[in-house]
Ligand binder design. Structure first.
Ligand SMILES: [Zn+2]
Ligand SMILES: [Zn+2]
Length: 307
């Protein structure tokens, strides 16, 4: 593995682009289509046997997409989700607020219904038990949002987060204009729209060539951060990029020698069909290698919770 410094103090400005947008909101239909396709491709490329994890995830993402069509979020539930505190709320307070929002529970039930035939039997039995036990489900949902991942059944966490994510992404989507005008982005480490952690950094191509955005693990929004600085602590003196190939590699790791954390970087300018969530999962060998150098992971992949 190679480490090289690739510090670019200011984002490259493309002629004709007047201002850097602080937020890029997702077109959810397209996000899910692209992710599902990418997961299927990776399952095949990895030679995954039938019933493998990438194939399961492709079913899950397809089910998220079906939610948009068959049970879109109401305006009332969208307002209730956006009104939830982003941080600093304790478990009990958040559980109370959560119970008053039925949508994410219905989304979870729908996802379980769609994927229960592609999961192992013991997982199916566990998921069915949560369908009957909304208080336990609510507790788990709040643990996930508060980052207490070890408190949640591993088989439950991925599907439950998928239900929360499709709910939050629609809630943010309903109010883009207002959020764009009122939400400060600045040097945000967490998503300015929902307070969740990023999955990874993306360096974009096309009209936004060379710009770095972070992709939210919950609401799928992307927010701008200048390249060459550590997302976690803001330092720039010891930022390095690691790859198995060279700096033209589409999947890289950006590490910071000051706070000893790292985050993946996906170079969409080199390979536009990458999907941060799917390709992060496909490149865990890079995580292992950089963790052996003493760095710990910042950010969250909702297909693979820590713990
Ligand atoms: Zn978000
Ligand atoms: Zn740092």
């Amino acid at each position: 593995m190679r480490a090289e410094t690739d510090i670019v103090p200011l984002d490259k400005r493309t002629p004709g682009v007047q201002a850097i947008e602080p937020l890029i909101f997702p077109v959810l239909e397209a996000v899910y289509t692209r992710r599902e396709k990418r997961l299927r491709f990776l399952a095949e490329q990895r030679g995954e046997a039938e019933g493998g994890y990438f194939e399961f995830l492709s079913h899950l993402v397809l089910a998220q997409q079906q939610i948009l069509k068959h049970m879109p979020l109401s305006v009332a539930d969208g307002s209730a989700i956006r009104a939830l505190p982003k941080q600093g709320c304790d478990q009990d307070q958040l559980e109370k607020l959560f119970l008053a929002i039925p949508y994410w529970q219905q989304a979870f039930l729908f996802l379980v219904q769609q994927v229960k035939f592609v999961v192992p039997e013991e997982t199916r039995i566990m998921l069915e038990s949560y369908r009957q036990n909304i208080p336990a489900l609510k507790k788990s949902a709040v643990h996930l949002l508060r980052g207490n991942y070890t408190q949640v059944d591993a088989g439950l966490a991925v599907i439950l987060w998928a239900a929360l994510s499709v709910s939050w992404a629609q809630a943010v989507g309903q109010d883009q204009k207002h959020i764009q005008q009122t939400q400060p982005v600045g040097e945000a480490r967490l998503c300015p729209c929902c307070g969740a952690q990023p999955v990874a950094s993306l360096v974009l191509g096309g009209d936004r060539e060379g710009l770095r955005y972070l992709q939210c693990s919950l609401c799928e929004t992307r927010w701008h951060r200048v390249r060459g600085i550590c997302v976690e602590c803001g330092a720039s003196a010891h930022v390095e990029h690691w790859t198995f190939e060279d700096l033209k590699a589409p999947v890289q790791v950006e590490s910071c020698g000051d706070c000893k954390t790292y985050l993946k970087v996906f170079r969409l300018d080199y390979k536009p069909d990458l999907d941060a969530v799917a390709d992060d999962l496909d490149s865990f060998a890079l995580d292992t290698a950089v963790e052996q150098q003493g760095f710990s992971r910042a950010g969250l992949n909702p297909f693979s919770f820590p713990g």
